[in-house]
Design a protein around this ligand. Structure first.
Ligand SMILES: [Zn+2]
Ligand SMILES: [Zn+2]
Length: 374
């Protein structure tokens, strides 16, 4: 049986514009919709016919092909043989970029039904302090995203009406189209590859099954997280289209710089300036620790500049372990400035009493230079 003319099916003129095409389709689709004609196979057939006709004509390229070749434009017979063997299958995939440039979504065949519906993965940036990274943190965050529409519960249909199998592609999400002598598999433009369509779209979400609404989430940041770590919250990303699976949410952690501590993995580093006298005589200093407490460090007599002290297990916790890194203190011996007359006199007196025992390094260095010059 010869196929009916698409324009006749929709009851429009061959020269009609896109808008009247859409109006005609909407009217007929409502009339023949399976929800209003349950148990009526004739209406179902007509609904399929109407949908197919509209799908072919709403796209200008496909409409032009139909005007030129009639139904042969879509069954793969138009221009067959002109292109030669090998063009049909592989050509479209290996040259898909070129096809995308010329024909929009022609040639893009890789989207599966599931991925077309699935919601996007989302990234949320969270900045925490070093102390929070040390202790771990529970927080409530508001993530702006598309969430499941509450009016239609995600179905996308009015009053929660379920989507129906797309009549244009019979649910496969793909159609075959001919452009001249190429036969190209393309994403079905009626259902955008989903395999299902919504006839009466939900008004709250325009048939998408989801709406923009921030999602409130309670999150637990484990102790020991590092700058650049990401936490994956499976299924907490964007809601899918018309009930498709949700994406994931990734929380990207960054850690604010600390005034005292630098971090390398689980170890912490801290520079401590000490006075010349403390370094020479020895003494005790109090150092803050990242847990909010403090610890006393003994500076031994005669400590040199850049001397490093290791305080075991005073560093950061190691993620998912019961161990902690170390804290390294490095002292910087501070040369005194803005000295009073008295201080200068004392230091001069002190210097006169210095010898190769009190300052072995500088004495030996200058002795070597003197030997060299003589
Ligand atoms: Zn909705
Ligand atoms: Zn389809």
């Amino acid at each position: 049986m010869a196929k009916k003319d698409y324009y006749n099916i929709l009851g429009v003129d061959k020269s009609c514009d896109e808008k009247s095409l859409k109006t005609a389709f909407r009217k007929l689709a409502k009339q023949y919709h399976p929800d209003h004609n349950s148990g009526n196979p004739e209406a179902e057939a007509q609904f399929k016919e109407v949908s197919e006709a509209y799908e072919r004509l709403k796209n200008p390229e496909s409409r032009a092909a139909y005007d030129r070749y009639g139904h042969a434009a879509f069954d793969g017979s138009a221009g067959r043989g002109q292109g030669g063997a090998g063009f049909d299958g592989n050509f479209s995939s290996s040259f898909s970029d070129i096809f995308n440039d010329f024909f929009g979504d022609f040639g893009s065949t890789s989207r599966s039904n599931a991925s077309a519906n699935r919601g996007s993965d989302l990234r949320y940036n969270l900045e925490i302090s070093l102390e929070e990274a040390f202790n771990g943190k529970s927080d409530t965050i508001n993530v702006p995203m598309n969430t499941t529409c509450s009016t239609c519960s995600g179905s996308g249909g009015e009053k929660g009406e379920a989507p129906i199998i797309c009549p244009s592609c019979q649910g496969s999400g793909k159609t075959l189209a001919s452009q001249g002598f190429f036969t190209i598999e393309r994403t079905c433009s009626s259902c955008h590859g989903n395999g299902k369509i919504v006839v009466n779209p939900c008004k709250s979400c325009a048939g998408q099954g989801r709406q923009k609404k921030p999602k409130k989430l309670n999150i637990d940041i484990p102790a020991g997280v590092e700058d650049g770590n990401r936490i994956r919250l499976s299924g907490q990303g964007e809601a899918g289209i018309r009930g498709g699976g949700p994406g994931d949410l990734y929380i990207f952690i960054s850690i604010k710089p600390h005034i005292f501590f630098e971090r390398d993995g689980s170890d912490l580093f801290c520079n401590v300036p000490v006075s010349m006298a403390t370094a020479a005589l020895g003494g005790q200093i109090n150092i803050p620790t990242v847990d909010g407490g403090k610890t006393r460090v003994v500076i031994p007599e005669g400590s040199q500049n850049n001397k490093q002290f290791r305080l075991r297990s005073k560093g950061m916790p190691i993620l998912r372990q019961k161990r902690q890194g170390d804290l390294y203190l490095k002292i910087t011996v501070e040369t005194p400035i803005n000295l009073s007359k008295k201080q200068k006199e004392l230091l001069k007196e002190f210097e006169e009493m210095s010898n190769d025992k009190t300052n072995p390094e500088s004495h030996s260095f200058f002795k070597k230079i003197r030997d060299l010059w003589q």
